[in-house]
Design a binder for this molecule. Structure first.
Ligand code: HPA
Length: 275
């Protein structure tokens, strides 16, 4: 058996034993400061990543490092309270291992969230942005021998973010009076924030928000054929000139994410209820 497939199976088997063999319907990845949704889950099992075979340790701030299994909006879900980032030094195989494990557990949809910097000049701190597309400036996690068990060599990315889920989310947001933006997320490696020149460049190529995660997970989920819904919380607005006194700082990002987390939780919960 392929060494990578063995690792995925071992992790999935361990989790299955701990959740009584149940099949989660939806996988959720909670980004920096967005772990709150985990508290809304009627948890049946909380599994620290450190206990799961082959999982890395989560070191990023605002990330708890737990897999939560339980009921949300009447559906059995699994949520990652915290994720692995490329900037932490993990290879892409480790960064995306949990996604393949959730795929092996049988999820039918993946919800991803992140804290992101606003590039679009209309965006403000605290805004929620439905991700409609992405630009990948991270190494592609699908590089290497293809996992034929999961998907094809050249997966299509025309609709990486599920159009039906976006439409539903917009309707729910409107009904619930939650303001949402829609835009393109650009994933870069970090951990340094963008220079003003990079911000101007990213805007020019069509990005609305920038962050250091999500894209590898989405590529892997789409490779597995899993529909994806993504949301960014705008935690800071990016500088375009060198005269600005506004500096980016990891703690500000976590604080701003926390303030927006309730709205995002409500939207995710209603969307999962209405899947
Ligand atoms: N840049 C990159 N990643 C981020 C930012 C940012 O401004 N804010 C939160 N994550």
């Amino acid at each position: 058996m392929d060494r990578r497939v063995k690792k995925i199976r071992e992790a999935a088997e361990f989790i299955k034993e701990n959740i009584g063999g149940k099949t989660p319907e939806v996988g959720i990845v909670l980004g920096s400061g967005l772990g709150k949704l985990g508290d809304a889950i009627d948890a049946e099992a909380v599994i620290p990543y450190s206990k799961i075979p082959n999982f890395a340790k989560s070191t990023a701030i605002g990330h708890k490092g737990n897999f939560i299994f339980g009921k949300l909006a009447g559906r059995y879900v699994c949520a990652m309270q915290g994720r692995f980032h490329y900037y932490e030094g993990y290879p892409m195989e480790q960064v995306t291992l949990p996604i393949r494990v959730m795929a092996a557990l049988g999820i039918k949809a993946l919800f991803v969230s992140n804290a992101a910097g606003g590039l679009n000049q209309d965006f403000h701190v605290g805004d929620l942005m439905i991700i409609r597309d992405h630009i990948n400036l991270l190494p592609n996690p699908l590089i290497g021998p293809n996992f034929a068990e999961f998907g094809e060599r050249f997966p299509d990315m025309t609709a990486a973010y599920d159009l039906g889920l976006i439409e539903k989310a917009e309707k729910i947001a409107k009904r619930s009076r939650i303001a949402v933006r829609k835009g393109v997320y650009l994933g870069n490696t970090g951990p340094s924030y963008e220079t003003p020149a990079e911000v101007r460049f990213y805007r020019m190529i069509g990005a609305d928000a920038v962050g250091m995660s999500t894209v590898p997970e989405v590529l892997v989920a789409r490779h597995c054929g899993i529909p994806v819904f993504g949301m960014s919380v705008i935690t800071n607005v990016s500088n375009i000139d060198n005269t600005s006194t506004v500096l980016n700082d990891g703690d500000d990002v976590v604080r701003a994410a926390d303030a927006a987390a309730d709205r995002m939780c409500k939207l995710f919960t209603k969307l999962i209820e209405n899947l």
